[in-house]
Write a protein that binds this ligand. Structure first.
Ligand code: R7I
Ligand code: MG
Ligand code: MG
Length: 442
């Protein structure tokens, strides 16, 4: 029996890394291995006595080899021979672990609805708070403010280029575009990228500080609807690698938290109209996978969480021919920072806090993973690290809110959101509509 599967075998014939280091596969090797795993699980009982003994008496495990009972699953893990790659075991463990959590959650729809609301409100509030100090250095922010409350106590701050001052309590492009993604998921059955671009363009309010490339696309779209695909390469020939598609993608993670294939294709469709660079796709995929994993897991295990993200990257980016090395390495840095308890400033230096997806998504992941039991601490970390603070706090806030739920978001912070049309109650309603869409599809 070829336990690794033909696809992986072919790959390892030409990949020295995978041939010589079977416990440290390259992303393409991992993706090939995962693809063949599903066929092999059925064969595992050929050589697993403990599991065999169990399945003799357990109808569930005998009849549903892809949906083992917990006892069957641990028997299987214990008895799998050492020579099966450890990463493959990990990936099954991640899936099984978070499926079990997710099944428990599905039985508790009230909790799940709290998590949907928590994620949208969490992103909104991260954006609102981070907007006050966007593009400032950590030193400046720390000198000027002692706490998030101090930041929210501001009323107005000067805006660049002779624009009117920024009114504290407003949200920026991050939230404006997230609203469009949520409404697209709710209303557009086909999830067409063109429809989403139309929504972005109609909702565009330049006073909300859009990224320059994105704003140019949205401005040009109404007069160039038929050329919508070429607009995405207008400012950057290979497409933008900015964080604009990761910052708005949280609703995809919520809606598809039980369907990783659907999540990957909706993430890509939501990125495509403005961000068609592979690094932007990967940033959006990591952020939506993080929201999905946060919704699914009852308690965050940082290693399993990061494994889930790596599996998504290997399956949906590396396997499509994208080079995932830089994000893979950034996840190594996040993992190391969590393991060693590295301070936030040092992590900001190592990971970056800029507007490129690569320089902000990993930092948002770190802010959450280092504070996964507290929405307030997650936001505090993101905002005081400086740089692209509205976006890093919006992304970290979406993940934290998805995990901890609406009840974890400080109500005195939410009370500082100052938007006439789209206040916190409007977002609660939007989250309920998204939740309804999720429950009708599942
Ligand atoms: O990604 P995008 O929508 O910007 C989002 C950011 C967030 O911080 C928002 O809060 C808002 O303030 O802006 O806008 P883009 O213009 O597509 O990308 C953002 C930046 O990434 C650009 O201004 C560039 O500095 C950089 N960038 C690139 N630089 C060189 N070559 C993106 N793609 C490229 C590239 O291909
Ligand atoms: Mg912004
Ligand atoms: Mg920003």
């Amino acid at each position: 029996m070829n336990i690794y599967g033909d696809k992986f075998q072919k790959h390892s014939d030409v990949c020295e890394q995978c041939r010589n280091h079977p416990s440290d596969l390259c992303p393409t090797g991992l993706a090939a291995l995962l693809e063949s795993m599903s066929d092999e699980v059925e064969n595992l009982n050929d050589f697993s006595n403990k599991f065999q003994d169990h399945s003799d008496v357990c109808e569930q495990c005998r009849r549903h080899p892809f949906d083992l009972c917990p006892t069957g699953f641990s028997a299987l893990l214990e008895s799998i021979p050492q020579h099966i790659n450890s990463l493959a075991l990990d990936s099954e463990l991640v899936m099984h672990h978070s499926n079990a959590d997710s099944d428990r959650l599905a039985a508790d729809m009230t909790e799940l609805a709290y998590r949907f609301r928590g994620s949208l409100l969490g992103a909104l509030l991260g954006d609102v708070i981070g907007a006050v100090v966007e593009a400032e250095s950590p030193g400046y922010i720390r000198n000027a403010y002692g706490s998030v409350e101090d930041i929210l106590a501001e009323t107005e701050i000067p805006e660049a280029l002779g624009n009117p001052p920024w009114r504290v309590g407003r949200y920026t492009d991050d939230t404006q575009m997230m609203i469009s993604v949520a409404e697209w998921l709710i209303e557009d059955e086909s999830l067409s990228s063109r429809d989403l671009l139309q929504r972005f363009s109609q909702a565009c309010d330049p006073s909300r500080r859009y990224g320059p490339g994105t704003e140019a696309i949205l401005r040009k779209f109404p007069a160039n609807e038929e050329q919508w695909q070429s607009l995405s390469r207008m400012s950057f020939p290979q497409g933008s690698y900015g964080n604009g598609s990761a910052m708005r993608v949280a609703p995809v993670g919520l809606c598809f938290h039980r369907d990783f294939d659907g999540l990957a294709s909706a993430s890509a469709a939501s990125s495509r109209p403005t961000h068609c660079h592979p690094l932007a796709y990967q940033g959006a995929l990591l952020q939506s996978s993080a929201v999905a994993a946060a919704v699914r897991m009852e308690k965050i295990d940082e290693n399993l969480f990061l494994r889930a993200l790596r599996i998504g990257l290997a399956r949906h980016a590396a396997d499509k021919g994208q080079d995932t090395t830089v994000f893979w390495e950034a996840l190594d840095v996040v993992e190391d920072g969590i393991r060693t308890g590295t301070a936030i400033d040092e992590m900001a230096r190592r990971l970056g806090t800029g507007t490129a997806a690569l320089k902000s998504v990993p930092m948002a992941l770190f802010c959450f993973l280092a504070n996964s039991d507290s929405y307030a601490d997650t936001i505090q970390a993101a905002v005081f690290a400086g740089g692209d603070t509205d976006t890093i706090a919006a992304m970290a806030g979406a993940i934290a809110g998805a995990h901890l739920g609406e009840q974890a978001i400080p109500s005195h912070w939410l009370a500082e959101v100052r938007e006439d049309k789209h206040g916190p109650d409007w977002f609660r309603e939007l989250a309920s509509r998204l939740f309804h869409r999720f429950t009708t599809d599942n």
